[in-house]
Design a protein around this ligand. Structure first.
Ligand SMILES: Nc1nc2c(ncn2[C@@H]2O[C@H](COP(=O)(O)OP(=O)(O)OP(=O)(O)O)[C@@H](O)[C@H]2O)c(=O)[nH]1
Length: 198
């Protein structure tokens, strides 16, 4: 089974106030944590961003990394633009997706997703303390045409896509295996107090 990693890195970070991809934890950029978490489980890595951010990434951060901008025809439609761009760039059996704002992500969470892949499933999504996490998930190449259909419609939300798919939700049996850093309060709580929560 051929697996690709996809880091969604083209968001506007309105709530955070500056591009989250380049926020730092212990001197390392957030986007690098996502790449590092994916690297042990996938053959190739894709990071999908936008032209304003593109030149700020280290394009040679790791081997087998391709950094692309969202497909110009489908840009600014949120995370699915990024997933579509990666699927269109190269065919793999499954795409393991991460956002840029999970600097405590660990590879073992992604391994649990991969272990739950089967032929009757299109998408594997973890549920963490009762919350579904569709941007920390595995997507089959089989749903590429569904993604295109959603992006061509008025509602290009991930929720709309999932209505069309066989989704397997897996419970991650740990209190908080990762944190989303969406705004400055999250940053304050989880990064400044990093030493306290470890
Ligand atoms: N490639 C790509 N990634 C996106 C796009 N929109 C959001 N993302 C990424 O998807 C993940 C989740 O995004 P959000 O945190 O919900 O949105 P955001 O735009 O980054 O932040 P807000 O403006 O505060 O909502 C992040 O890693 C974003 O970088 C997009 O249009 N293209």
């Amino acid at each position: 089974m051929k697996l690709a990693g996809v880091v969604l890195a083209g968001g506007k970070s309105r709530r955070f106030g500056s591009p989250k991809a380049f926020a730092k934890r212990e001197g390392k950029d957030f986007y690098q944590y996502s790449l590092d978490a994916l690297r042990p489980v996938v053959g190739e890595l894709f990071m999908i961003t936008n032209p304003e951010l593109y030149n700020h990434f280290d394009l040679h951060y790791t081997k087998n990394l391709t950094v692309l901008n969202d497909d110009p025809e489908l840009k600014k439609r949120g995370p699915l633009s990024g997933l579509w761009t990666a699927m269109n760039a190269k065919s793999f059996d499954w795409y393991i997706v991460l956002p840029v704002d999970v600097p405590f992500m660990e590879t073992r969470v992604l391994q649990q997703l991969v272990h739950n892949i089967d032929e009757d499933t299109d998408v594997v999504i973890p549920v963490v303390t009762g919350r579904k996490q569709p941007l920390v998930a595995a997507y089959s190449k089989q749903i590429k045409s569904h993604i295109k259909r959603v992006l061509d419609s008025d509602d290009y939300s991930v929720a709309r896509l999932l209505e069309m798919c066989q989704v397997k939700y897996i419970n991650i049996d740990e209190p908080q295996p990762f944190y989303n850093i969406n705004n400055s309060t999250d940053y304050q709580v989880y990064i400044y107090n990093d030493k306290d929560i470890k």
